[in-house]
Design a protein around this ligand. Structure first.
Ligand SMILES: Cc1cc2nc3c(=O)[nH]c(=O)nc-3n(C[C@H](O)[C@H](O)[C@H](O)COP(=O)(O)OP(=O)(O)OC[C@H]3O[C@@H](n4cnc5c(N)ncnc54)[C@H](O)[C@@H]3O)c2cc1C
Length: 464
C-alpha cells in the first residue's frame, strides 16, 4: 500500500477502551503514534459487554463524561442479592454511581478523540501477526494489511491493548510477562440485550444494576441484570470456564426463564466472551513493550469490570512512554514506572479483591445466604472492600460478628483470615518495588500469601 509510514515512537495494538486511551494521551504528548485494529473503523467499540462504567475514571483522566448518544442511562448504585433472593444489600454511594453506555458509540468517541489528538497513522482492518525484535528488545510488529499484504512496522515502544486473547502476550519472549492465563482465573460470560414492548414496564429498578450471587445457577461468577434504558435490559451470567459449550443453556435455564417474565420482548443482541478475573499479570512490561487492559489482566476480579482500568492503564502507559522516549531508553528499567503506577494503584485493589473472588467461588449457596442474611458484611463494608480492596473492621465489630457467626464457625474463621490476607496483599502491592532489582523478593512474598489462601480454601472445600 502506498504512503504508509513504518517507523513510530509508539505503536498501539488494539483500539478498544484501553488502546484508544493510550493512543490519545501518547499523541497529545506529541509522540508519533500508530494505532492498529483488526476491525473496520466503524465497528470499533462494538463489544459484548455489560456496558457499565463508574463515573470516577472520567474525572481521573479529565475527559468528558458519557453523554448524548453514548449514554444509555445513569446508575445510582448496585443491589447485591443472596442466592435465595431473600436478602438484598443496597450498595449506593456517590463513588459507585455510574453509567450504562452504548458500547459502540462510546468506543467510537474514544477512537475519534485519539485521532483528533494527533495519532499519526490509524490502520483499521489490519491484523497484527507477530512481534519484531532488535536484539532482545521488542521493536515493532508484523501486520497483515486489509489488501492481504504483510509488512513490518517499527516502534520504539509497543503498547499491547489487544484484549484477553492477545497474540502479542502469547508470542513475547520474556521471563517477566506471563504468556498463559489459567483457566481458573478467567470467567466465561454470556449476555443478551432484551427489549420489552413500550407499554410493558418490565425493567425492574431502572436506576440500579443488580447482581445475584448463586453458586448453583452461576457457578464461579454471578447473574447480572443491568437496565439499558426504560424499555430494555442487559442481562447475563458469568461462570467457570469448565462450562464452555454450556453457557448459553445455563443462561436460558437459570437467567432468562427466571428474570424475564413477559412474553412481549425482542432480543436485540446476544453473545459471549471471556474476562480475566485475577490480579494484573506479574509484570505488565519488558524491554520495548507495555501491556494494558484485558491483555494484562487489568480487570476488577470481583465484578469483571475492565473498562475503567483499561483506560487508566492506557493513561499510565502513555505517560511512561513519553518519559522513556525523552530519555531514549526503552529498556524495562525505563518502563518499570508503568508497572509501579499500575501495581500501587488499582493493582493493589485488584490483588486484594482477587483473594476475595477466590474465596467467594468456593462458598456454597448455603454459606452465601448465611453470610448475606446475617449481615456479616454491611453495605458500607462491601462498598469499602470493592472500592479499596481493604476491610477495616473494628475489634468490637469483629466480636459482634463472631457471635452472629457461631452457627457457621468455619466460614467465620475463613472470613477473618481472608480479611488479614487481603490487607496484607494490598500493603505489599502498595509497596511495589520502584526498582526491578527487588522484584523477585517482592514476588515471592506475594506468592506466599496466595499459597496460604489457596491451602485454606482447599481445606474449606473439604470441611464444607
Ligand atoms: C460479557 C462481558 C461483559 C462485560 N461487562 C463489563 C461491564 O459491564 N463493565 C466493564 O467495565 N467491563 C465489562 N467487561 C470487560 C470489558 O469489556 C473489558 O475489560 C474491556 O473492554 C477491556 O478493554 P481492552 O481495551 O483491554 O480490550 P478490548 O476492548 O477487547 O479491545 C481489544 C481490541 O484489540 C483488537 N485486536 C485484537 N487482536 C488484534 C490483532 N491481532 N490485531 C489487531 N487488532 C486486534 C480488537 O479488535 C479490539 O478492538 C465485560 C466483558 C464481557 C466479555
Amino acid at each position: 500500500m502506498e504512503n504508509l509510514k513504518n517507523n513510530f515512537d509508539v505503536i498501539v495494538v488494539g483500539a478498544g477502551t484501553g488502546g484508544s486511551t493510550a493512543a490519545r494521551f501518547a499523541a497529545e504528548k506529541g509522540l508519533k503514534v500508530c494505532l492498529i485494529d483488526r476491525k473496520e473503523k466503524n465497528k470499533i467499540g462494538d463489544k459484548i459487554c455489560g456496558d457499565a462504567v463508574g463515573t470516577d475514571v472520567f474525572d481521573f483522566l479529565s475527559i468528558k463524561h458519557p453523554k448524548g448518544e453514548e449514554l444509555s442511562c445513569r446508575i445510582k448504585g448496585a443491589k447485591l442479592y443472596s442466592p435465595d433472593l431473600k436478602k438484598c444489600i443496597d450498595l449506593t454511594d456517590s463513588k459507585q454511581a455510574g453509567y450504562i453506555v452504548n458500547r459502540i458509540e462510546f468506543g467510537q468517541r474514544l477512537l475519534n478523540e485519539a485521532l483528533d489528538a494527533g495519532v499519526e497513522q490509524f490502520m483499521d482492518k489490519t491484523m497484527v501477526l507477530d512481534l519484531l525484535y532488535n536484539k532482545n528488545f521488542v521493536a515493532g510488529v508484523k501486520v497483515k494489511l486489509k489488501n492481504g499484504e504483510k509488512i513490518d512496522l517499527k516502534s520504539k515502544i509497543l503498547i499491547d491493548a489487544s484484549g484477553f486473547y492477545s497474540p502479542i502476550r502469547k508470542n513475547v519472549k520474556s521471563d517477566l510477562i506471563e504468556k498463559e492465563i489459567l483457566k481458573e482465573d478467567s470467567i466465561l460470560c454470556y449476555r443478551e440485550i432484551v427489549k420489552f414492548s413500550p407499554q410493558d414496564l418490565s425493567v425492574k429498578d431502572p436506576e440500579y444494576i443488580s447482581i445475584c450471587l448463586n453458586s448453583e445457577k452461576a457457578p464461579g461468577g454471578y447473574i447480572w441484570y443491568f437496565p439499558k434504558n426504560e424499555s430494555s435490559v442487559n442481562i447475563g451470567l458469568g461462570i467457570f470456564m469448565d462450562y464452555k459449550g454450556k453457557v448459553k443453556n445455563l443462561y436460558q435455564q437459570n437467567v432468562f426463564k427466571e428474570y424475564i417474565k413477559t412474553s412481549k420482548f425482542e432480543i436485540i443482541s446476544s453473545g459471549g466472551g471471556v474476562v480475566p478475573v485475577r490480579r494484573p499479570i506479574w509484570s505488565c512490561a519488558d524491554d520495548g513493550i507495555m501491556l494494558i487492559g484485558d491483555a494484562a489482566c487489568q480487570v476488577n476480579p470481583l465484578h469483571g469490570g475492565g473498562i475503567d482500568p483499561s483506560m487508566r492503564g492506557g493513561f499510565f502507559a502513555a505517560n511512561t512512554a513519553l518519559a522513556a522516549i525523552e530519555k531514549e531508553d526503552y529498556s524495562i528499567n525505563a518502563l518499570w514506572g508503568y508497572n509501579y503506577s499500575v501495581m500501587t494503584s488499582f493493582g493493589a485493589e485488584f490483588a486484594s479483591l482477587d483473594l476475595l473472588r477466590m474465596t467467594l467461588q468456593v462458598l456454597s449457596n448455603t454459606d452465601l445466604n448465611f453470610a448475606l442474611q446475617q449481615d456479616l458484611l454491611s453495605g458500607e463494608e462491601i462498598l469499602e472492600i470493592s472500592s479499596t480492596g481493604r476491610i477495616d473492621l473494628s475489634l468490637l465489630n469483629l466480636v459482634t460478628k463472631a457471635f452472629k457467626g457461631l452457627s457457621k464457625p468455619n466460614l467465620l474463621l475463613d472470613l477473618n483470615f481472608l480479611r488479614i490476607k487481603m490487607n496484607e496483599i494490598s500493603k505489599l502491592y502498595k509497596n511495589f518495588p520502584n526498582d526491578i532489582v527487588k522484584f523477585e523478593e517482592w514476588k515471592s512474598k506475594v506468592t506466599q500469601v496466595y499459597d496460604k489462601i489457596k491451602k485454606t480454601l482447599i481445606k474449606t472445600k473439604i470441611v464444607n
